[in-house]
Ligand binder design. Sequence first.
Ligand SMILES: NC(=O)C1=CN([C@@H]2O[C@H](COP(=O)(O)OP(=O)(O)OC[C@H]3O[C@@H](n4cnc5c(N)ncnc54)[C@H](O)[C@@H]3O)[C@@H](O)[C@H]2O)C=CC1
Ligand SMILES: O=C([O-])CC(=O)C(=O)O
Length: 356
Amino acid sequence: MQPASEANQRIARISAHLHPPNFQMEESSGLRRANCRAKGAAPGFKVAILGAAGGIGQPLAMLMKINPLVSVLHLYDVVNTPGVTADISHMDTGAVVRGFLGQPQLEEALAGMDLVIIPAGVPRKPGMTRDDLFNINAGIVRTLCEGIVKSCPKAIVNLISNPVNSTVPIAAEVFKRAGTYCPKRLLGVTMLDVVRANTFVAEVLGLDPREVDVPVIGGHAGVTILPLLSQVKPPCSFTPQEIDQLTLRIQNGGTEVVEAKAGTGSATLSMAYAAVKFADACLRGLRGDAGIVECAYVASQVTELPFFASKVRLGRTGAEEVLPLGPLNEYERAGLEKAKQELAESIQKGVSFIKK
Ligand SMILES: NC(=O)C1=CN([C@@H]2O[C@H](COP(=O)(O)OP(=O)(O)OC[C@H]3O[C@@H](n4cnc5c(N)ncnc54)[C@H](O)[C@@H]3O)[C@@H](O)[C@H]2O)C=CC1
Ligand SMILES: O=C([O-])CC(=O)C(=O)O
Protein backbone atom coordinates (compact mmCIF):
# COMPACT_ATOMS: atom_id res chain seq x y z
CA MET A 1 0.00 0.00 0.00
CA GLN A 2 1.20 3.49 -0.77
CA PRO A 3 1.12 6.07 2.03
CA ALA A 4 -1.90 8.40 1.61
CA SER A 5 0.23 11.48 0.86
CA GLU A 6 2.11 9.73 -1.97
CA ALA A 7 -1.17 8.46 -3.45
CA ASN A 8 -2.60 11.98 -3.32
CA GLN A 9 0.45 13.37 -5.09
CA ARG A 10 0.12 10.76 -7.82
CA ILE A 11 -3.55 11.59 -8.35
CA ALA A 12 -2.70 15.30 -8.45
CA ARG A 13 -0.04 14.65 -11.12
CA ILE A 14 -2.50 12.70 -13.27
CA SER A 15 -5.34 15.20 -12.94
CA ALA A 16 -3.01 18.10 -13.82
CA HIS A 17 -2.72 16.49 -17.24
CA LEU A 18 -6.41 15.56 -17.53
CA HIS A 19 -7.44 19.17 -16.87
CA PRO A 20 -4.50 21.12 -18.20
CA PRO A 21 -4.46 24.86 -17.61
CA ASN A 22 -4.26 27.10 -20.65
CA PHE A 23 -0.60 27.26 -21.64
CA GLN A 24 -0.89 30.54 -23.46
CA MET A 25 -2.87 32.37 -20.81
CA GLU A 26 -0.98 31.28 -17.73
CA GLU A 27 2.75 31.55 -17.97
CA SER A 28 3.82 29.41 -15.06
CA SER A 29 1.05 26.83 -15.36
CA GLY A 30 2.22 26.16 -18.90
CA LEU A 31 5.47 24.98 -17.43
CA ARG A 32 3.69 22.67 -14.99
CA ARG A 33 1.61 21.17 -17.72
CA ALA A 34 4.58 20.59 -19.92
CA ASN A 35 6.68 18.90 -17.27
CA CYS A 36 7.39 15.41 -18.40
CA ARG A 37 6.30 12.71 -16.01
CA ALA A 38 9.70 11.04 -15.82
CA LYS A 39 10.55 10.34 -12.18
CA GLY A 40 13.21 13.01 -11.77
CA ALA A 41 15.72 14.06 -14.32
CA ALA A 42 18.38 11.62 -15.40
CA PRO A 43 21.91 12.97 -14.91
CA GLY A 44 22.78 14.97 -17.97
CA PHE A 45 22.83 18.39 -19.55
CA LYS A 46 20.23 21.13 -19.82
CA VAL A 47 19.53 22.08 -23.40
CA ALA A 48 17.33 24.84 -24.84
CA ILE A 49 16.10 25.02 -28.43
CA LEU A 50 15.10 28.52 -29.58
CA GLY A 51 12.80 28.32 -32.59
CA ALA A 52 11.63 24.90 -31.40
CA ALA A 53 8.26 24.96 -33.20
CA GLY A 54 9.78 25.45 -36.65
CA GLY A 55 10.66 23.15 -39.51
CA ILE A 56 14.07 22.39 -37.99
CA GLY A 57 13.03 22.98 -34.39
CA GLN A 58 10.43 20.20 -34.19
CA PRO A 59 12.48 17.25 -35.46
CA LEU A 60 15.48 18.65 -33.58
CA ALA A 61 13.44 18.70 -30.36
CA MET A 62 12.31 15.13 -31.00
CA LEU A 63 15.86 13.91 -31.57
CA MET A 64 17.23 15.76 -28.53
CA LYS A 65 14.50 14.17 -26.39
CA ILE A 66 15.98 10.81 -27.37
CA ASN A 67 19.54 11.86 -26.55
CA PRO A 68 20.64 10.18 -23.30
CA LEU A 69 23.02 13.06 -22.52
CA VAL A 70 20.08 15.45 -22.13
CA SER A 71 18.30 15.62 -18.77
CA VAL A 72 16.25 18.80 -19.32
CA LEU A 73 14.98 20.08 -22.65
CA HIS A 74 13.49 23.58 -22.91
CA LEU A 75 11.50 24.38 -26.06
CA TYR A 76 11.11 28.09 -26.83
CA ASP A 77 9.38 29.79 -29.75
CA VAL A 78 7.11 32.74 -30.40
CA VAL A 79 4.36 30.38 -31.64
CA ASN A 80 3.05 26.84 -31.12
CA THR A 81 5.28 25.62 -28.30
CA PRO A 82 2.35 24.32 -26.20
CA GLY A 83 1.46 21.73 -28.82
CA VAL A 84 5.00 20.76 -29.69
CA THR A 85 5.90 20.44 -26.01
CA ALA A 86 2.84 18.38 -25.11
CA ASP A 87 3.55 16.08 -28.05
CA ILE A 88 7.25 15.58 -27.36
CA SER A 89 6.75 15.23 -23.60
CA HIS A 90 4.82 11.99 -24.20
CA MET A 91 7.97 10.25 -25.45
CA ASP A 92 9.13 7.71 -22.85
CA THR A 93 12.74 8.87 -22.74
CA GLY A 94 14.61 10.41 -19.82
CA ALA A 95 14.72 14.13 -20.57
CA VAL A 96 12.21 16.39 -18.82
CA VAL A 97 10.59 18.70 -21.41
CA ARG A 98 9.26 22.18 -20.72
CA GLY A 99 7.74 24.65 -23.16
CA PHE A 100 8.06 28.44 -23.26
CA LEU A 101 6.04 30.78 -25.43
CA GLY A 102 6.88 34.32 -26.45
CA GLN A 103 9.50 36.81 -25.41
CA PRO A 104 8.26 37.29 -21.82
CA GLN A 105 9.29 33.67 -21.23
CA LEU A 106 12.67 33.81 -22.97
CA GLU A 107 14.76 34.40 -19.86
CA GLU A 108 13.01 31.61 -17.99
CA ALA A 109 13.52 29.30 -20.96
CA LEU A 110 17.25 29.97 -20.87
CA ALA A 111 17.86 29.92 -17.11
CA GLY A 112 20.70 27.55 -16.22
CA MET A 113 21.12 26.01 -19.68
CA ASP A 114 24.38 24.24 -20.61
CA LEU A 115 23.73 24.28 -24.36
CA VAL A 116 21.49 26.58 -26.43
CA ILE A 117 20.66 25.58 -30.00
CA ILE A 118 19.23 28.35 -32.20
CA PRO A 119 17.28 27.47 -35.36
CA ALA A 120 14.98 30.54 -35.00
CA GLY A 121 14.35 32.71 -38.03
CA VAL A 122 12.98 32.71 -41.55
CA PRO A 123 14.14 30.23 -44.20
CA ARG A 124 14.86 30.88 -47.89
CA LYS A 125 12.49 30.64 -50.84
CA PRO A 126 13.67 29.82 -54.39
CA GLY A 127 15.69 32.66 -55.90
CA MET A 128 16.90 33.98 -52.54
CA THR A 129 20.41 33.85 -51.11
CA ARG A 130 21.01 33.21 -47.42
CA ASP A 131 22.11 36.84 -47.15
CA ASP A 132 18.58 37.88 -48.21
CA LEU A 133 17.48 36.59 -44.78
CA PHE A 134 19.78 39.01 -42.97
CA ASN A 135 17.26 41.82 -42.41
CA ILE A 136 14.84 39.62 -40.49
CA ASN A 137 17.12 37.07 -38.86
CA ALA A 138 19.78 39.50 -37.60
CA GLY A 139 17.29 41.10 -35.21
CA ILE A 140 15.95 37.72 -34.06
CA VAL A 141 19.45 36.46 -33.29
CA ARG A 142 20.33 39.67 -31.43
CA THR A 143 17.24 39.39 -29.19
CA LEU A 144 17.88 35.73 -28.42
CA CYS A 145 21.54 36.37 -27.63
CA GLU A 146 20.54 39.18 -25.26
CA GLY A 147 18.45 36.57 -23.44
CA ILE A 148 21.48 34.27 -23.25
CA VAL A 149 23.53 37.12 -21.75
CA LYS A 150 20.97 37.49 -18.96
CA SER A 151 20.12 33.86 -18.20
CA CYS A 152 22.97 31.54 -19.20
CA PRO A 153 26.08 33.53 -20.20
CA LYS A 154 28.25 30.44 -19.79
CA ALA A 155 26.19 28.21 -22.09
CA ILE A 156 27.62 26.78 -25.29
CA VAL A 157 25.70 28.28 -28.23
CA ASN A 158 25.06 26.37 -31.47
CA LEU A 159 23.86 28.93 -34.01
CA ILE A 160 21.92 27.61 -37.01
CA SER A 161 19.94 30.70 -38.15
CA ASN A 162 21.05 32.02 -41.52
CA PRO A 163 23.06 33.73 -42.78
CA VAL A 164 25.41 31.90 -40.40
CA ASN A 165 28.40 33.78 -41.86
CA SER A 166 26.88 36.98 -40.39
CA THR A 167 24.75 35.76 -37.47
CA VAL A 168 27.77 34.34 -35.63
CA PRO A 169 29.58 37.74 -35.73
CA ILE A 170 26.30 39.34 -34.57
CA ALA A 171 26.11 36.99 -31.59
CA ALA A 172 29.79 37.65 -30.78
CA GLU A 173 29.19 41.43 -30.77
CA VAL A 174 26.16 41.09 -28.47
CA PHE A 175 28.21 39.00 -26.04
CA LYS A 176 31.20 41.36 -26.28
CA ARG A 177 29.01 44.36 -25.44
CA ALA A 178 27.68 42.54 -22.41
CA GLY A 179 31.18 41.47 -21.35
CA THR A 180 30.26 37.78 -21.51
CA TYR A 181 31.95 36.82 -24.79
CA CYS A 182 34.01 33.65 -24.80
CA PRO A 183 34.97 32.63 -28.36
CA LYS A 184 35.13 28.96 -27.40
CA ARG A 185 31.43 28.93 -26.51
CA LEU A 186 30.02 30.32 -29.76
CA LEU A 187 29.80 27.86 -32.66
CA GLY A 188 28.12 28.38 -36.03
CA VAL A 189 26.65 25.07 -37.20
CA THR A 190 28.12 24.00 -40.55
CA MET A 191 27.62 20.30 -39.90
CA LEU A 192 25.04 19.98 -42.68
CA ASP A 193 27.75 20.82 -45.21
CA VAL A 194 29.86 17.97 -43.83
CA VAL A 195 26.86 15.60 -43.77
CA ARG A 196 26.10 16.44 -47.41
CA ALA A 197 29.74 16.16 -48.44
CA ASN A 198 30.02 12.74 -46.78
CA THR A 199 26.85 11.58 -48.56
CA PHE A 200 27.73 12.88 -52.03
CA VAL A 201 31.34 11.67 -51.87
CA ALA A 202 30.23 8.25 -50.65
CA GLU A 203 27.83 8.04 -53.59
CA VAL A 204 30.69 8.67 -56.05
CA LEU A 205 33.04 6.25 -54.31
CA GLY A 206 30.41 3.56 -53.80
CA LEU A 207 31.00 3.58 -50.02
CA ASP A 208 28.78 3.66 -46.95
CA PRO A 209 28.53 7.40 -46.02
CA ARG A 210 29.19 6.53 -42.39
CA GLU A 211 32.71 5.46 -43.40
CA VAL A 212 33.46 8.76 -45.15
CA ASP A 213 34.80 11.93 -43.57
CA VAL A 214 35.09 15.11 -45.66
CA PRO A 215 36.35 18.29 -43.96
CA VAL A 216 34.40 21.35 -45.11
CA ILE A 217 35.92 24.72 -44.30
CA GLY A 218 35.19 28.42 -44.84
CA GLY A 219 31.59 29.35 -44.07
CA HIS A 220 28.01 28.39 -44.80
CA ALA A 221 26.90 30.02 -48.08
CA GLY A 222 27.74 29.42 -51.73
CA VAL A 223 31.45 29.70 -52.51
CA THR A 224 32.31 30.09 -48.82
CA ILE A 225 31.47 26.37 -48.44
CA LEU A 226 34.77 24.73 -49.33
CA PRO A 227 35.01 20.93 -49.18
CA LEU A 228 38.59 19.67 -48.92
CA LEU A 229 38.36 16.71 -51.26
CA SER A 230 42.14 16.20 -51.04
CA GLN A 231 41.67 15.32 -47.35
CA VAL A 232 38.83 12.81 -47.63
CA LYS A 233 39.04 9.78 -45.37
CA PRO A 234 39.44 7.01 -46.38
CA PRO A 235 42.14 8.36 -48.72
CA CYS A 236 40.90 8.42 -52.33
CA SER A 237 41.34 10.33 -55.57
CA PHE A 238 38.94 12.04 -57.96
CA THR A 239 39.13 13.18 -61.56
CA PRO A 240 39.16 16.97 -62.10
CA GLN A 241 35.58 16.70 -63.40
CA GLU A 242 34.46 14.82 -60.30
CA ILE A 243 36.11 17.48 -58.11
CA ASP A 244 34.27 20.27 -59.94
CA GLN A 245 30.92 18.50 -59.78
CA LEU A 246 31.23 17.40 -56.16
CA THR A 247 32.36 20.84 -55.01
CA LEU A 248 29.48 22.52 -56.81
CA ARG A 249 26.90 20.06 -55.48
CA ILE A 250 28.12 20.46 -51.89
CA GLN A 251 28.10 24.27 -52.23
CA ASN A 252 24.58 24.18 -53.70
CA GLY A 253 23.15 21.50 -51.39
CA GLY A 254 20.94 24.02 -49.61
CA THR A 255 19.65 25.48 -52.88
CA GLU A 256 18.94 21.96 -54.20
CA VAL A 257 16.54 21.46 -51.26
CA VAL A 258 15.06 24.98 -51.45
CA GLU A 259 14.21 24.40 -55.11
CA ALA A 260 12.79 20.92 -54.51
CA LYS A 261 10.60 22.31 -51.71
CA ALA A 262 9.37 24.93 -54.20
CA GLY A 263 8.62 27.79 -51.85
CA THR A 264 7.69 25.80 -48.72
CA GLY A 265 11.05 26.16 -46.99
CA SER A 266 14.61 24.90 -46.88
CA ALA A 267 16.34 21.84 -45.42
CA THR A 268 14.74 20.89 -42.12
CA LEU A 269 15.05 17.13 -41.61
CA SER A 270 18.66 16.71 -42.72
CA MET A 271 19.43 19.89 -40.76
CA ALA A 272 17.82 18.56 -37.61
CA TYR A 273 19.90 15.40 -38.05
CA ALA A 274 23.07 17.47 -38.54
CA ALA A 275 22.24 19.75 -35.61
CA VAL A 276 21.79 16.79 -33.30
CA LYS A 277 25.01 15.19 -34.52
CA PHE A 278 26.80 18.44 -33.73
CA ALA A 279 25.01 19.11 -30.41
CA ASP A 280 25.78 15.55 -29.30
CA ALA A 281 29.48 16.15 -30.07
CA CYS A 282 29.36 19.37 -28.01
CA LEU A 283 27.71 17.54 -25.09
CA ARG A 284 30.26 14.73 -25.21
CA GLY A 285 32.95 17.41 -25.16
CA LEU A 286 31.29 19.08 -22.16
CA ARG A 287 31.23 15.69 -20.43
CA GLY A 288 34.99 15.48 -20.89
CA ASP A 289 35.23 12.87 -23.66
CA ALA A 290 38.58 13.13 -25.45
CA GLY A 291 39.31 13.43 -29.16
CA ILE A 292 36.05 14.97 -30.38
CA VAL A 293 36.68 16.87 -33.59
CA GLU A 294 34.01 18.42 -35.83
CA CYS A 295 33.87 21.27 -38.34
CA ALA A 296 32.26 24.50 -37.12
CA TYR A 297 32.27 28.22 -37.89
CA VAL A 298 34.12 29.82 -34.98
CA ALA A 299 36.39 32.68 -33.96
CA SER A 300 39.61 31.66 -35.61
CA GLN A 301 43.18 32.54 -36.42
CA VAL A 302 43.75 29.98 -39.15
CA THR A 303 43.25 32.75 -41.73
CA GLU A 304 43.33 36.53 -41.43
CA LEU A 305 39.52 36.52 -40.98
CA PRO A 306 38.09 36.75 -37.46
CA PHE A 307 35.65 33.86 -38.10
CA PHE A 308 36.20 30.78 -40.19
CA ALA A 309 34.84 27.23 -40.37
CA SER A 310 37.31 24.42 -39.91
CA LYS A 311 37.91 21.41 -37.74
CA VAL A 312 37.74 22.21 -34.04
CA ARG A 313 38.43 20.06 -31.00
CA LEU A 314 35.46 20.11 -28.64
CA GLY A 315 35.95 19.84 -24.89
CA ARG A 316 34.67 20.89 -21.48
CA THR A 317 34.82 24.58 -22.39
CA GLY A 318 33.53 24.37 -25.98
CA ALA A 319 35.75 24.76 -29.04
CA GLU A 320 39.02 24.30 -27.19
CA GLU A 321 41.29 24.21 -30.21
CA VAL A 322 40.92 25.30 -33.83
CA LEU A 323 42.91 22.80 -35.85
CA PRO A 324 45.14 23.82 -38.78
CA LEU A 325 43.67 23.48 -42.29
CA GLY A 326 46.27 20.95 -43.39
CA PRO A 327 47.80 20.91 -46.85
CA LEU A 328 45.52 22.36 -49.58
CA ASN A 329 46.00 21.67 -53.29
CA GLU A 330 45.94 24.39 -55.93
CA TYR A 331 42.19 23.99 -56.60
CA GLU A 332 41.43 24.37 -52.89
CA ARG A 333 43.78 27.34 -52.48
CA ALA A 334 41.91 29.15 -55.28
CA GLY A 335 38.59 28.24 -53.64
CA LEU A 336 39.89 29.55 -50.32
CA GLU A 337 40.69 32.96 -51.80
CA LYS A 338 37.16 33.27 -53.23
CA ALA A 339 35.62 32.10 -49.97
CA LYS A 340 37.61 34.61 -47.93
CA GLN A 341 36.47 37.57 -50.05
CA GLU A 342 32.79 36.80 -49.54
CA LEU A 343 33.25 35.84 -45.90
CA ALA A 344 35.00 39.13 -45.08
CA GLU A 345 31.95 41.08 -46.31
CA SER A 346 29.45 38.88 -44.46
CA ILE A 347 31.42 39.16 -41.22
CA GLN A 348 31.66 42.93 -41.55
CA LYS A 349 27.93 43.16 -42.21
CA GLY A 350 27.17 41.27 -39.00
CA VAL A 351 29.58 43.33 -36.89
CA SER A 352 28.21 46.62 -38.26
CA PHE A 353 24.64 45.56 -37.51
CA ILE A 354 25.41 45.67 -33.79
CA LYS A 355 27.93 48.51 -33.86
CA LYS A 356 25.83 50.93 -35.90
N1 LIG B 1 23.01 26.38 -40.57
C1 LIG B 1 22.45 25.59 -41.45
O1 LIG B 1 23.09 24.69 -42.00
C2 LIG B 1 21.01 25.75 -41.80
C3 LIG B 1 20.32 26.86 -41.39
N2 LIG B 1 18.99 27.00 -41.67
C4 LIG B 1 18.32 28.20 -41.18
O2 LIG B 1 17.59 27.89 -40.01
C5 LIG B 1 16.55 28.84 -39.84
C6 LIG B 1 15.22 28.16 -39.49
O3 LIG B 1 14.79 27.37 -40.56
P1 LIG B 1 13.39 26.58 -40.48
O4 LIG B 1 13.28 25.87 -39.20
O5 LIG B 1 13.25 25.83 -41.74
O6 LIG B 1 12.36 27.81 -40.46
P2 LIG B 1 10.86 27.81 -39.93
O7 LIG B 1 10.24 29.07 -40.41
O8 LIG B 1 10.19 26.53 -40.25
O9 LIG B 1 11.05 27.88 -38.36
C7 LIG B 1 11.62 28.97 -37.73
C8 LIG B 1 11.01 29.10 -36.35
O10 LIG B 1 11.61 30.24 -35.73
C9 LIG B 1 10.60 30.85 -34.99
N3 LIG B 1 10.93 32.22 -34.65
C10 LIG B 1 10.81 33.32 -35.42
N4 LIG B 1 11.17 34.42 -34.71
C11 LIG B 1 11.54 33.97 -33.49
C12 LIG B 1 12.01 34.60 -32.32
N5 LIG B 1 12.17 35.93 -32.25
N6 LIG B 1 12.29 33.85 -31.26
C13 LIG B 1 12.13 32.50 -31.31
N7 LIG B 1 11.68 31.84 -32.39
C14 LIG B 1 11.39 32.58 -33.45
C15 LIG B 1 9.35 30.75 -35.85
O11 LIG B 1 8.18 30.96 -35.08
C16 LIG B 1 9.48 29.34 -36.38
O12 LIG B 1 8.84 28.41 -35.56
C17 LIG B 1 16.51 29.65 -41.14
O13 LIG B 1 17.17 30.87 -40.93
C18 LIG B 1 17.28 28.78 -42.10
O14 LIG B 1 17.84 29.50 -43.16
C19 LIG B 1 18.31 26.05 -42.37
C20 LIG B 1 18.96 24.91 -42.81
C21 LIG B 1 20.36 24.69 -42.61
O1 LIG C 1 19.89 26.67 -48.03
C1 LIG C 1 19.29 27.20 -47.07
O2 LIG C 1 18.74 28.30 -47.11
C2 LIG C 1 19.29 26.47 -45.77
C3 LIG C 1 20.67 26.05 -45.49
O3 LIG C 1 21.47 26.79 -44.98
C4 LIG C 1 21.10 24.76 -46.00
O4 LIG C 1 20.27 23.90 -46.33
O5 LIG C 1 22.32 24.54 -46.07
